[in-house]
Ligand binder design. Sequence first.
Ligand code: RM4
Ligand code: MN
Ligand code: MN
Length: 425
Amino acid sequence: MNTSILEVVNERDVARHQQQVEHAKNLLELNDSGFETIIRKIQALQVAVPSWALGTGGTRFGRFPAGGEPSSLEEKIDDVGLIHHLTQATNSISLHIPWDIPKDAVAIQQLLKKNGLVIDSVNSNTFQDQMDQKYSYKFGSLCHTDESIRKQAVDHNIEVVNHGIKLDSKVLTVWLSDGSNFPGQHHFRRAFSRTLDSLQKIYKAMPSDWTMLIEYKPYEPNFYSMVIPDWGTSLQLSDGCGERAHVLVDLGHHLPNTNIEQIVARLLHFGRLGGFHFNGSQYGDDDLTTGAIKPYQLFLIFHELVTGANDQAVKNPNVAYMIDASHNLKDPIEDLMNSLENIRIAYTKALMVDFSSLEKAQQENDVTRCEQILQNAFLADVRPLLAESRLRSGGSLDPVSFFRSQKIREDLIKRRGKTSIATGL
Ligand code: RM4
Ligand code: MN
Ligand code: MN
């Protein structure tokens, strides 16, 4: 990516941008030091992009690729590098093994460095069978009734950690599709015990500076029961493994109307919120653009994260943020940029909450005032602040417009072809 073109385009729009910043500062009643603090905080919020999110998503009915998809890990890193260059909001990439096994770890490290990226978490995959695999995961992996199958799944997770070590990752994320489709199929208590036992084996095999994140999901691909359906189960499993095992909250992994912000607050209270997968959802694991459907919920979640971070009583590790979405209709690069923008908008609005007034109103049970304080922050337009933080970090004032006006997708199609396919779902 040619930096000077970016500068020229920014320069063209900068006068208008500066007017908007002044207007926003007035509306938000921000003095210079308050403004500078917020800009620094926005710049610091970095959200990983997973290597499996650069291609077109699909459903079990069909897939409609846009063309120019990255067909190697190197090309995926290039795409994340481009997104980071324009947004300055994603300085890391998360790998799914075996979809993205680095063949030459040293070369990958160099490429990451060139793009200003590091590896975030590594993710195991025991929800699909691979060609060279001895046993099938049709009836589960870490929970399986057959010890040899459990061992194969444990060994796979250890292999994932070993790949991660070579790339300086320090986080293993485990998401299990294990579960049952019919009543009676599973002995619930024993399936849980076997899963805990397998996770403990993986945990023990991890280096002592590694963290394990345990993700939950209420249904799909199993439709009667999932072995890890909810945060309570994830928390128990984390607890059973050790203090470096934590719960991962994926926004789409809840039944409709679940109060996710309260789950976030609970996990912070226990010091066990380890990671976050962002996406948007109307019904379930829809994997839409983050903030597309329920922006208020996203704001309320960030409100919990921000209050937690400001509270001395909360002893929680750093939360690993990642986008976990699928792009069935939008251009994947544009969609990821949309998500990053929406995440930063929700975060910035949460930073705008008048905490001391809120605490006072809560103490006095002034319900109307409490809600009003949150609404005031939520309804503020903070977009000029985001653009300013990007500009100062060397990114684009308007990443999606830049991507379009410079015809970057067209260029990728020319270089990679119309039919290149990215590994993933
Ligand atoms: C799952 C879950 C995991 C992701 C896979 C591909 O639904 O969200 O985090 O790794 O999909
Ligand atoms: Mn997820
Ligand atoms: Mn999911």
